[in-house]
Design a protein around this ligand. Structure first.
Ligand SMILES: [Zn+2]
Length: 278
């Protein structure tokens, strides 16, 4: 498994690349715009050039920013426009993978249909793009906290050949899946394979949880220091079924904790599973 972090791009892609190298990342995830603003954006030529250097040295995944709620694109035009705009920004950098949360909506049944429609609209317009739907902790009315809900969304999407799943360990735990047990982890993976088919898990988010099992509270925490604890991460990062995948940590940026989290994850990887060279 290739291991890396979500890193900021607000300092420029040269900085992101330097930081990725400093931390020993083999993959990075980024937001393609300020995640807390609806503001518009276009790439400058120097940004595209700098990004190329980054993407030539490791895989880069984009994560949809916080504002578009893709379960409510029928209620407010900004949600679909925002989603499309970020797909457009991905295309500008030649990023082929965009991770999205499934949004939230009180009427879940309706929400699931709208999420699927929104994804189809984006996939129709951006033919090189693959979207990864991420499981949620189920906080508030968040959709996608169960494998069944994610499977419904997947099944309603026409272009599902370009739809994959991003599994977040903290969100699974917060939604009530006790991944501390290896048996339970295997059941979850089998359930996913039964409902989605093989090779539909496209990315892992490796986060410990600051909130308890089934809390439905979305709080990421440092690897091994949360309620999930260290042992499960050992069988997850060494799971042979996921040897070809990337694992991205979205742990809080605090002091030197990125260095520490990387050290901890590396210590769990068996030599055969680590892609780290040099
Ligand atoms: Zn995540």
């Amino acid at each position: 498994m290739k291991i890396g972090f979500h890193l900021k791009i607000s300092m420029g892609f040269n900085w992101t690349l330097k930081e990725a190298h400093r931390l020993g990342c083999e993959v990075v995830q980024i937001f393609v715009k300020n995640p807390r603003s609806w503001g518009d954006k276009e790439w400058k030529k120097e940004e595209i050039d700098a990004f190329k250097t980054l993407s030539q040295s490791m895989p880069v995944y984009a994560h949809l920013s916080y504002l578009p709620n893709i379960a409510k694109t029928d209620q407010d035009k900004r949600h679909l426009d925002g989603f499309l705009k970020e797909a457009y920004l991905c295309k500008g950098l030649n990023i082929q993978h965009l991770v999205v949360h499934c949004g939230s909506r009180e009427d879940k049944k309706k929400g699931i249909r709208i999420v699927s429609d929104s994804i189809d609209k984006v996939l129709e317009e951006y033919e090189d793009l693959t979207i990864l739907i991420e499981n949620s902790s189920g906080q508030g009315n968040a959709l996608g906290s169960t494998i069944e809900e994610l499977a419904s969304i997947h099944n309603f999407v026409s272009h599902r050949d370009r739809l994959l799943l991003c599994l977040d360990t903290a969100h699974l735990f917060q939604a009530g899946y006790d991944i501390r047990s290896k048996r339970r982890w295997n059941e979850i993976v089998t359930n996913i394979e039964d409902r989605f088919g093989h090779n539909k898990i496209g990315l892992l988010h490796l986060n410990d949880s600051k909130s308890e099992l089934n809390s439905r509270v979305d709080r990421h925490w440092h690897i091994g220091l949360g309620f999930i604890g260290l042992p499960p991460f050992k069988f997850i990062v060494n799971d042979k079924r996921f040897a070809h995948l990337c694992g991205v940590m979205e742990t809080p940026k605090m002091g030197r904790m990125d260095e520490e989290n990387m050290k901890v994850i590396r210590s769990l990887l068996s030599p055969l599973m680590s892609r780290s060279s040099s």
